[in-house]
Design a protein around this ligand. Sequence first.
Ligand SMILES: *[C@@H]1O[C@H](CO)[C@@H](O)[C@H](O)[C@H]1NC(C)=O
Ligand SMILES: *[C@@H]1O[C@H](CO)[C@@H](O)[C@H](O)[C@H]1NC(C)=O
Ligand SMILES: *[C@@H]1O[C@H](CO)[C@@H](O)[C@H](O)[C@H]1NC(C)=O
Length: 253
Amino acid sequence: MTLTLWIFLAFEVLGANCEVRQFFLKQASGQDCQSLQLGESWISHFLFDCHLECIRRYSENCQAVVYNGQTGNCRPGSIAFGPIEKVTTSIPESGSSDKLYYVRQPIPPCNTSNNFSLYDVCGTSACLYLSTSEADNYSHARLICSQMNSRLIVGNTRAKFSLFWYTIKTYMSANTYIGLQDIDVEGNFVWENGEPLSDEQYQYIWIPGEPTNGAGKQNCAVVQHAQWPRKFGIDDYSCNSKKYYVCERCEQC
Ligand SMILES: *[C@@H]1O[C@H](CO)[C@@H](O)[C@H](O)[C@H]1NC(C)=O
Ligand SMILES: *[C@@H]1O[C@H](CO)[C@@H](O)[C@H](O)[C@H]1NC(C)=O
Ligand SMILES: *[C@@H]1O[C@H](CO)[C@@H](O)[C@H](O)[C@H]1NC(C)=O
């Protein structure tokens, strides 16, 4: 018997831009995927109605629903993500009989040359290259990515950061650069796509006590899975250190 239940083959929703988008709902098993509640709950008689109402109220921000088949209680959720320490308000609560159904969007194309492959967790996906050796420094890692028509991974949303976090924890267990640095202006962290680190992300993305800009020389963000396997978050580190790295394919790097 398979634990993964595919619900309703597909239904189509007209987005604000009038493009027809196809959605799939997939039940998450166990605590692998969680979500953040977007607003008040309501009663829906069927899961199908629960999800449609969620989209009507929250449009594209509705990326999961937490539904109780017995009571009909329906809760709208933001993007589904793997369990993240520090987030104590995630749904469904552990031990609850409510179930999470995440929105499964069509899987994007992934050009697999240079050993890139698609990583897909809880409805979030990215086309990534996980390095098998260390780069000499941050700009070296950046160069290697650009030579493979990609960039150092940008983790600028909860979902994307979470995908990065779990992918490297699962497959690499190494100290790894992420595409985030404050080389130009101390304290102004910028993602590799030019986007500044948001205040909202700043709150949860660092290991407690970081960033420190130790010795005035720590301008590149790393996760330290090898060093601190149990600590969630990133650390600012010397851009001249040898680290593993992750590249992501993108449209225009
Ligand atoms: C891709 O994988 C092959 C086989 O494992 C390996 O020989 C090759 O060096 C890898 N290429 C890159 C760019 O990592
Ligand atoms: C980074 O590493 C590359 C490759 O080894 C090297 O050519 C470059 O000089 C290094 N950059 C710095 C700032 O050390
Ligand atoms: C896939 O990527 C490789 C290397 O970046 C590139 O040479 C090739 O043209 C790409 N293929 C497609 C179908 O875009």
